[in-house]
Structures are given as C-alpha cells and as structure tokens.
Ligand binder design. Structure first.
Ligand SMILES: Cc1cc2nc3c(=O)[nH]c(=O)nc-3n(C[C@H](O)[C@H](O)[C@H](O)COP(=O)(O)O)c2cc1C
Length: 204
C-alpha cells in the first residue's frame, strides 16, 4: 500500500538578503531538537527541485542542470518532521509530494551507511540524492557521468543556502558506503545510484 503526502505550497518570499545568506553558510553537524515544520521541508525540497520555468519542450527548475536533463532525484529520511511519520519517502517533483516507501527510523540507517556520521540520525531529515543516469547519459553518453556530479553540487548548494535562510543547519555528505546507501533507498546502483547526501536540522 502506498501513501502519498501532498506538501504545502512553498512560500519563497522574504528572508535575509542572498549576500547575508552566502556569508553565513557553514556546514552544521549538530542540531536542536524541535521538529521541523512540514512547511520548511516543502521549502527545502522546492529549493533543490522546484519547477520554476517552462520551455515548452521541458520544465526548468531552480537548480541548473546540464541540458536541463535533471538526473538528480530526492529521497527523504524523515526523523523529526511535524505531521510526517518517521520513515523513508521518495519526493515526486511534479506533484510536490512525498511517497512513503517504508516507515521506521531510517535516519539511523543513513548514519550507518554514511560511515557512522550521526548527524544523519540527529537532524530533522536526511536527504539522499540519487542520479538516474540514463536521463543524462542517454543524451551525452560518457560525458553524462561527469554532468550528474556537477548537477548534484548545485542541488547541494541550493540546499545549504535555503537551510541557512530558514535558520536551519545543513551539512552535505559525500563519505558513505555506496552499496549500503543504494540498498537502503532501494536503487540498483547502475541505472540509479546515490551520489550525495545531506542532513538538515534546526540550529542549536
Ligand atoms: C562534495 C562534498 C562532500 C562532503 N562530505 C562531507 C562528509 O561526508 N562529512 C562531513 O562532515 N562534511 C562533508 N562535507 C562538508 C565539508 O567538510 C565542508 O564544506 C568543508 O569543511 C568547508 O566547511 P564549510 O562548509 O563549513 O564552509 C562535504 C562537502 C562537499 C562539498
């Protein structure tokens, strides 16, 4: 049985100037305990995957992507989010919704796969970003393998800046066991593979 959770619409207005946010951005690895409002999770996902334009033939998003292929997908390990049961969700960009894949303390599993980086279990959420490789290699061949990592970097930076602007701490994570992380989110590591992770939680 699958459960689809429609996220509240993002409210991308107000907040500190972009220059202040850039200067304040740091990797934050310890967090406060307050659960994250669902509105904040919605805003964070919008900042990395939000659809903000339409070229007719395809959409455009707020993070750039080589050839507008958008190979990066998001999985959410929710540890402590208001109105959201703890568990693993897949983010459905077009619907701005979360699909529950399984319940439970998935953040702990993400921490284990991230070589014991406890912030993945301590934060409100851990984002696990995969690359669906044929979206890019289908057009660019071998070069597409390089593009997915560049795309992931942009997604990560947008997450850092959005979290900072919202008063949250973020740390992106590249140190993880590939096979373990792929297994955890249920991807094969060949067509779809985990490329980047981030933990986000309230500033202490
Ligand atoms: C690709 C990438 C992978 C990273 N992986 C990790 C990681 O596995 N664990 C961690 O604690 N920080 C990780 N970081 C954060 C860096 O350690 C951090 O950006 C760097 O020390 C500079 O500090 P700052 O982000 O606070 O300015 C990563 C950053 C990037 C860009």
């Amino acid at each position: 049985m699958s459960e689809l959770i429609k996220l509240p619409a993002p409210t991308p207005s107000g907040g500190p100037p972009v220059w202040t946010v850039m200067a304040a951005r740091r990797s934050v690895r310890h967090y406060g305990v307050d659960p994250m409002p669902l509105q904040v999770l919605s805003q964070l996902l919008w900042s990395t995957h939000g659809i903000t334009g339409d070229l007719g033939v395809h959409e455009l998003r707020n993070a750039p992507s080589a050839g507008a292929c958008y190979p990066i997908d998001a999985y959410v390990a929710a540890n402590s989010v208001q109105r959201l049961d703890p568990g693993l969700y897949r983010y459905l960009t077009g619907d701005h919704a979360l699909l529950l894949l399984r319940g439970g303390n998935v953040g702990k599993e993400v921490a284990r796969a991230a070589l014991g980086q406890r912030m993945c279990a301590q934060g409100s959420v851990a984002f696990v970003w995969t690359a669906v490789l044929p979206r890019t290699t289908g057009r660019y061949g071998q070069r597409g393998h390089r593009y997915v990592f560049m795309d992931a970097g942009h997604v990560g930076q947008n997450m850092y800046l959005a979290a900072t602007a919202l008063g949250y701490g973020c740390c992106t994570i590249g140190a993880f066991d590939d096979a373990e992380m792929n297994k955890l989110v249920g991807v094969d590591g060949s067509v779809e593979t985990v490329v980047y992770v981030a933990s986000v939680g309230p500033r202490e």
